[in-house]
Design a binder for this molecule. Structure first.
Ligand code: ARG
Length: 458
């Protein structure tokens, strides 16, 4: 028996029942569905659409249902979706009165409300987790403020940098993720109930009152758009895809850094796994899985974009398929952020190995170019001159540090004794103090900015 049996001659086919059901996934929204129904019942009573006593009865029943679900006493297996399941349960418990709950409401505006309430909570939790992740990075940056490692471009030695500078790069990436999510939250935080099936209602409802009860700063403007809209979810998925892309790139570095040719870090045993065959193995599976799960988040975005692109206004049942992305992506994001904040604190940083590698190659070549530029040589000329010096060193199997002042003199008379100070690893790194650079002073400023950001002073 269904709530709409009046119109139909036959019961729904069993296969169709199973096929159209979404209860297995949207059960997770029960709390929000009940929250929305409680506010709706209060509003119906306030507007004189149903008697206050009956609204009270409905509300008490909804609260009892929530307790029963949470205690595991009530399951909705075989039901179509969470909205019908709860409404049917209310009717089962309070009879005729229960039949008034769905007045001036459709599942089309109800699901939009549930999703927005749920997503609002998820985004707020994710924002906190991002802050935890950023704090971990800032703390690590402080404790390794003088450690130097090779900076790469094309995965070739480029210029040495401070480890703290590397760590803070992720601080700022996640800062942008935070901004995107905050901005998306503004559009999630709009109250859709009252749109009805698509056209609004002729009953004297008070949408602003529902918004106030549920702490929404505003109500949606167009009922047709309201039941058709999933932009809020798409924006969230797009912001999530970027966030996961950032975590995936961090994973890639950590995977490389923990492999023997690099050996920059050692992830603690508790955050790694062994091999079922090779006894000596210790694998960075957590980082690999985060990199792998990124694909699922991209998939969620693409599947929802694809699902929405051909839909005529307004609601279409296709939209029920938004549940998997809606429920899956926040879980992946939350567990990835949680595990990363903990894993990084449990990672040994092999600072000697980092510095040893930073000394490889011709790490001071751009500093020598700058040395000559400071003495009046045009950049392009200085660049060519350094190219010749690199070639000379490669032929002789030597490094800039091994050359004598006389040899420097063969390339340019402008080189003086102070050049040896200039090509020390620390000078090359600590001196890059252009704003946003890896130099010591710049880094100190960057850390202050990061701290202020966390305190939301800017
Ligand atoms: N379970 C449905 C969904 O998630 C609820 C809305 C159903 N509306 C309808 N007209 N069949 O989209």
């Amino acid at each position: 028996m269904s709530l709409w049996e009046g119109r139909f001659k036959e019961d729904m086919d069993d296969l169709v029942k199973k096929f159209t059901s979404s209860i297995a996934v949207d059960m997770k929204l029960y709390k929000y569905d009940i929250m929305g129904s409680v506010a709706h019942a209060k509003m119906l009573a306030k507007c004189g659409i149903i008697p206050p006593g009956e609204a009270q009865k409905i509300i008490q029943t909804l609260e009892a249902i929530q307790k029963d679900i949470e205690a595991g006493r009530l399951t909705f297996d075989g039901k179509e979706d969470i909205h019908l399941a709860i409404e049917e349960e209310v009717i089962k418990r309070v009879g005729e009165t229960g039949k008034k709950l769905h007045t001036a409401r459709s599942r089309n505006d109800q699901i939009a409300l549930d999703e927005r309430l749920y997503l609002r909570d998820e985004i707020r939790e994710i924002l906190h987790l991002i802050v935890d992740f950023q704090k971990t990075h800032l703390e690590l940056a402080k404790s390794y403020s003088e450690v130097i490692l090779p900076g790469y471009t094309h995965l070739q030695y480029a210029q040495p940098i401070l480890l703290a500078h590397y760590l803070l790069a992720y601080f700022w990436m996640l800062e942008r993720d935070k901004e995107r999510l905050k901005s998306c939250l503004e559009r999630v935080n709009v109250m859709p109930l009252g749109a009805g099936a698509l056209a609004g209602t002729s009953l004297p409802i008070d949408r602003d009152y529902v918004a106030e009860l549920l702490d929404f700063p505003k109500i949606s403007e167009n009922s047709l758009d309201t039941v058709s809209d999933r932009d809020y979810l798409l924006e969230f998925l797009a912001a999530s895809a970027l966030l996961m892309m950032h975590l995936s790139r961090l994973s890639e570095d950590l995977i490389l850094w923990s492999s023997p040719p690099f050996s920059f870090i050692e992830i603690e045993d508790a955050f790694t796994t062994g091999s079922s065959l090779m006894p000596h193995k210790k694998n960075p599976d957590v980082a690999e899985l985060i990199r792998g799960k990124t694909g699922r988040v991209y998939g969620d975005l693409i599947s929802l974009l694809t699902m929405m692109k051909g839909l005529p206004l307004s609601y279409n049942r296709d939209m029920q398929e938004d549940k998997l992305p809606l429920l899956q992506t926040p879980e992946i994001i939350k567990e990835s952020l949680r595990i990363y904040a903990r894993m990084l604190k449990n990672t040994k940083i092999n600072t000697h190995q980092m510095e040893k590698e930073a000394r490889e190659g011709f790490f001071a070549s751009t500093d020598l170019v700058d040395y000559l530029v400071e003495r009046g040589v045009p950049f392009r000329e200085a660049h060519q001159l350094l190219g010749r010096m690199v070639k000379y060193c490669l032929e002789k199997g030597r490094r800039f540090q091994d050359l004598t002042l006389e040899e420097y003199g063969h390339f340019s008379p402008l080189f003086e004794k102070d050049v040896f100070e200039r090509i020390k690893l620390k000078s090359c790194v600590f001196g890059k103090n252009s704003p946003g650079g890896t130099g010591k002073r710049s880094l100190k400023h960057q850390m202050e900015l990061a701290k202020l950001r966390l305190e939301e002073k800017i």
